[in-house]
Design a protein around this ligand. Sequence first.
Ligand code: LMR
Length: 333
Amino acid sequence: MRKLILAAASIAALALTGPALAQSPIIIKFSHVVAADTPKGKASQKFKELAEKYTGGKVKVEVYPNSTLYKDKEELEALQLGSVQMLAPSNSKFGPLGIREFEVFDLPYILPDLKTLRKVTEGPLGLRLLKLLDSKGITGLAYWDNGFKQMSANKKLIAPADYQGVKFRIQSSRVLQAQFKALASLPQVMAFSEVYQALQTGVVDGQENTWSNIYTQKMHEVQKYITETNHGYIGYVVIVNKKFWDDLPADIREQLTKAMKEATDFNNTQSQKENDDALAEIKKSGKSEIIKLTPAQDEAMRKAMEPVYKDAASRVGQPLIDEFLKESKSTTN
Ligand code: LMR
């Protein structure tokens, strides 16, 4: 009798867990380090909405903004281990992973505008770079823009000489290190989540970032001056754990690809506006003085940073840098 009751109980349990198991959604944890109210923050939310809609709820996307799950370097390790499925790290983050080719995106003034950038990322060169991620157990799905970087500090940064001895927070990038060395500054690698406090307490004197990142991290509240240099670019590669992606049922992968394409269009059409709005808010706050450079001052900055190209060529090879430069020339001509 006891055996019979037990058997009946286990059949009942099976009946309960069977359909429940079949219905349990595939979870995609999407971790990132910036605020929700930024181009990347909004696009990841958009991807979540579209992915859940197109898969009819078979996929659930959990977005973790603001380094709530992982900081810069940790997030890539977590993705490779499969603890998180999706990320959108900046291009700068792939050099330290051994994919040096991505260092080119960090070169000062390499991309004059978003139009040129798009030609690189949407053309054969962009695809080739994404493919390089495969060897690290990573699948690259899309390029998302943020925008151009500005320099901030508690002193006025106008001429290259003003940068001498200033401690700058940088992302972990050989090119960014060389850039500040060329200016005789003292670069210091630091996770994005620690920048505000480091600026506030004087651990570093300055930093470089986009208007949207400066504004949403409140860096302008602890930096007296921001110089509108547009000297470099921050953009992202949306990546997934390769095994996770390859193991997905084909129809789900297709629906997610469609969601990613639309989230990418959404990001890349509104990132510029996000940065323009952030600049307007910073101006309105009156907390930071915005410095504009004259053409001659801009030229002096470009000249001072020229040695960075040679340094980068020794690691990624001149031909790859030339490929980027070719796109700039063909856009402006
Ligand atoms: C930074 O570390 O400054 C940026 O790459 C952060 C980000 O993801 O925009």
